[in-house]
Design a protein around this ligand. Structure first.
Ligand code: NAD
Length: 377
């Protein structure tokens, strides 16, 4: 086992998740590396304070430059608001630091392309956060689609459905402002999650047509306040496009949905692909199984398959148990660190820089499509 010393830039919600992941690393069986969070940079003293309980912490600072310049750190996890991605990601790459980037990988397409160019120039190892495909049922759905068993593809749908913004009295924050979240709004917030599997399956997007909705247009400045400010990000995005498997002539309809206001859904991630021969669908609402479609003579059959607690990397909790969100994050980190160590093998890998840039191309086209009321090729 090789020790990997991690520095977190942005010790908010996701920074804390990584500290928790490292705290339970023993859950993995025979993983080649042993990570520990040793340093955190955040502008907010309260955010830093939380990390005092992490036994491996050595450095708490308000300067992210201190972490990009620290030769004792092997890997950075950069989880900051979207308007600061470009500056910190490109500085980390220039400093020769490997990192796991958070989505959407820059506030817009231009930022994503500039970050990717900086990474190319420096040769650092970077992947982009996307944990939902590590649910066992999602991985099996992906494998089935990849195997070619579906036959000619009829339709593909990928969705991430929240209702975190359904409460109009929820105060404004950086994710609900264009300046800090980006003009692509919810697509930047949730889009990498819906793009990862279709792009990994080489479903190349074209002819993008989108409907974007800004449902809640103002929000309280603080909890309980009657003073309101403009909430100018898209809440929901419904993107239709054509997908074409690289090398094939025929294109099929593909839908990517990202919603912050999807009544009845807490944090539901969905992937489904229908083919002429077979079909597959998985939803985190029913995490214990995925569904498989097949035909038997004149009968059309949807069946439920329970893959058990089997994700990309073996875990202490055996196949007889069930899997959850925190397990998906653990698996994503296991995948990133194993791939960095050259030991991922044929296991599923987290999103690449090229996939993140491609997802931005779709979001950029979707924004233009909505503005111009036409499909963008
Ligand atoms: N993979 C996922 O499931 C998932 C979930 C939520 C958020 N995210 C992504 O993670 C990133 C962070 O989101 P979050 O929910 O953790 O946000 P957050 O607001 O909870 O945390 C962000 C932290 O960054 C700090 N920060 C801001 N500017 C900084 C700077 N210049 N230097 C140092 N620290 C700075 C803030 O003080 C804050 O503590 C975003 O890119 C977001 O899209 C991913």
């Amino acid at each position: 086992m090789t020790d990997v010393r991690i520095g977190i830039i942005g010790g908010g919600l996701m920074g804390r998740e990584l500290a928790a992941v490292c705290g339970r690393w023993l859950h993995l069986v025979d993983h080649p590396v042993r990570p520990s969070v040793v340093a955190v940079a955040d502008l907010n003293p309260a955010a830093l304070e939380w990390f005092r309980q992490v036994p491996t912490i050595e450095t708490l600072t308000d300067s992210w430059q201190q972490l990009t310049n620290d030769p004792t750190l092997d890997v950075l996890y950069i989880a900051v608001p979207h308007n600061v991605h470009e500056e910190i990601y490109t500085a980390a790459a220039a400093a020769g630091k490997d990192f796991l980037a958070e989505k959407p990988f820059g506030i817009d397409l231009g930022a994503a392309e500039r970050i990717a160019a900086g990474i190319d120039a420096s040769g650092v190892f970077v992947r982009v956060s996307s944990e939902m495909p590590f649910f066992p049922g999602a991985l099996r759905a992906y494998e089935l689609a990849r195997s070619g068993a579906l036959g000619e593809i009829v339709e593909v749908r990928s969705a991430f459905l929240h209702s975190s913004d359904i409460d109009r009295s929820k105060p404004i924050n950086w994710k609900r402002r264009m300046e800090t979240c980006g003009a692509i709004g919810v697509m930047g917030d949730l889009g990498m999650h819906v793009a990862h599997v279709p792009l990994r399956l080489h479903y190349q997007p074209s002819s993008v047509y989108a409907l974007l909705e800004d449902i809640v247009t103002d929000r309280p400045v603080a909890a309980g306040s009657s003073e309101k400010v403009r909430c100018d990000t898209w809440d929901n995005a419904f993107i239709t496009m054509r997908g074409r498997i690289t090398g094939s002539e025929r294109a099929f309809p593909m839908m990517w949905e990202t919603k912050r206001i999807a009544p009845g859904n807490m944090n539901t991630w969905v992937f489904e692909a229908q083919g002429m021969d077979e079909g597959v669908r998985f939803s985190t609402r029913t995490p214990a199984y995925f569904e498989r479609f097949r035909r038997d003579g004149s009968e059309q059959i949807w069946e439920q398959v329970q893959p058990g607690n089997v994700s990309a990397w073996p875990m202490v909790s055996g196949a007889i148990f069930e899997f959850g969100f925190a397990d998906a994050l653990l698996q994503m980190w296991a995948s990133y660190l194993a791939e960095r160590a050259g030991q991922l093998g044929d296991r599923f890998g987290t999103a690449t820089v090229a996939e993140a840039v491609e997802s931005h191309r779709v979001f950029d086209a979707a924004a233009r499509s909505h503005a111009e009321r036409r499909a963008i090729n």
